[in-house]
Design a protein around this ligand. Structure first.
Ligand code: NAD
Ligand code: 89V
Length: 344
């Protein structure tokens, strides 16, 4: 049997609970320690997941433990310092999205990982959803022909502020929180983009940033895509957290409908595909789709460490996603079409 890879989790807050469940589902991984500056959160996680060692200082964690990797599901302003500590100890890192507050910080983290020769992956999970992988397979089959158009739509009215109160106070809110997932998914499905136009809106009163945005991308291989996303949409049923949309090619169309149902229309006719969920014991609606994808993201990270192959959403690769994010904010501020830096 393959030896279990020993890891630690730094940050035991809201979303880390999914990470801890996910690691527990991987037979070839063992989380040997947790760390949180809030000791009560670290202790609660350790107790719930049967983890023996608890730290309130990442410095002490790295000085004490021999780790095969570290998972950092903290918010982005802590990432550069925490990842830097891991690199100094030669420990591979998986960092939750958003990568860092701006592209320069992302670049510094990627450069530090490269200088230390330590693997770095961004936990960008939308592309690892069962739905996204099924769509990618259909595109790879060539059934739709050459892609001409795509729309990815993510609109909800859920009260995101109760689970993640810090989102009410951030100036760069919706593109950073959800747009980043769709920008990565657009790269995954339609390829790299060389033009970005964006309009943002602040619909809810009293928050610091935008809570809705629409982005138009021109892709190098010829398709146009539209990404529209909102936390201020009143809809019944509320599709949270599903990405809906459609993809058109010269030979057919794929519609991403509610409840993970795809309708594929091609030369051979029309068919419906119901994309299954994993059926894990700990996942709960409406979060199942995202919770499943957390485990797939973790699996990909561990497989890439074991094989020595750069992960899909490595730090280096993710620079291209963050270049699109910066271009979207610049476009929204200037009203202009922006040509982002080609970073991968
Ligand atoms: P949170 O505030 O609930 O949790 C962060 C935890 O990190 C807190 O417990 C905090 O005490 C701890 N922490 C902060 N600095 C630390 C340090 N230096 N050392 C140790 N612990 C430290 O945040 P959250 O809502 O769980 O969000 C975390 C990240 O997850 C965010 O970046 C968010 O965007 C992302 N997120 C991703 C998804 C997804 O689908 N991929 C969903 C929700 C949240
Ligand atoms: O990814 C996030 O941070 C969350 C979401 C609801 C999209 O999972 O806000």
């Amino acid at each position: 049997m393959t030896a279990r890879l020993k890891g630690a989790v730094i940050g035991c807050g809201f979303f880390a609970q999914n990470h801890l469940h996910g690691w527990a589902d991987l037979d070839d991984v063992e989380i040997v320690a947790v760390c949180d500056v809030d000791e009560a959160k670290a202790r609660a996680a350790a107790e719930k997941f049967g983890i023996t060692r608890v730290y309130t200082s990442a410095k002490t964690l790295f000085a004490t433990e021999a780790l095969g990797f570290v998972d950092i599901p903290t918010t982005m302003e802590t990432h550069e310092a925490l990842a830097g500590l891991a690199f100094a100890h030669g420990v591979p890192v998986i960092l939750q999205k958003p990568f860092a507050p701006d592209l320069d910080a992302c670049r510094r983290i990627v450069a530090a990982a490269a200088a230390a020769n330590v693997p770095l992956m961004i936990h960008e999970d939308f592309r690892f959803q069962n739905l996204s992988r099924t769509v990618r397979k259909i595109l790879d089959s060539g059934e739709l022909g050459r892609l001409t158009f795509g729309r990815l739509s993510w609109r909800t009215g859920i009260d995101v502020y109760s689970n993640q109160p810090y989102l009410a106070n951030v100036k760069r809110f919706m593109i950073m929180d959800v747009g980043i997932h769709l920008l990565d998914l657009a790269r995954f499905l339609f390829g790299e983009a060389d033009g970005v136009f964006c309009r943002t809106q602040q619909i809810k009163e009293g928050i610091a940033g935008e809570d809705a945005a629409t982005i138009l991308l021109s892709h190098e291989q010829g398709a146009t895509s539209i990404l529209d996303f909102s936390y201020a949409t009143r809809r019944d049923p509320d599709p949270f957290p599903q990405t809906l949309g459609e993809i058109e090619g010269t030979e057919g169309t794929l519609v991403i409908g509610a409840d993970q149902v795809l309708t594929v229309h091609g030369k051979g006719g029309t068919r419906r595909i119901a994309v299954p969920q994993d059926g894990r014991a700990w996942t709960r609606e409406p979060w199942t789709q995202i919770q499943d994808s957390v485990v797939h993201t973790q699996r990909h990270f561990i497989d890439s460490l074991r094989s020595g192959v750069e992960p899909e959403t490595s730090g280096r690769d993710s620079l291209a996603t963050y270049a699109l994010l910066e271009a979207a904010y610049l476009s929204a501020a200037s009203g202009r079409l922006i040509h982002p830096e080609r970073l991968v």
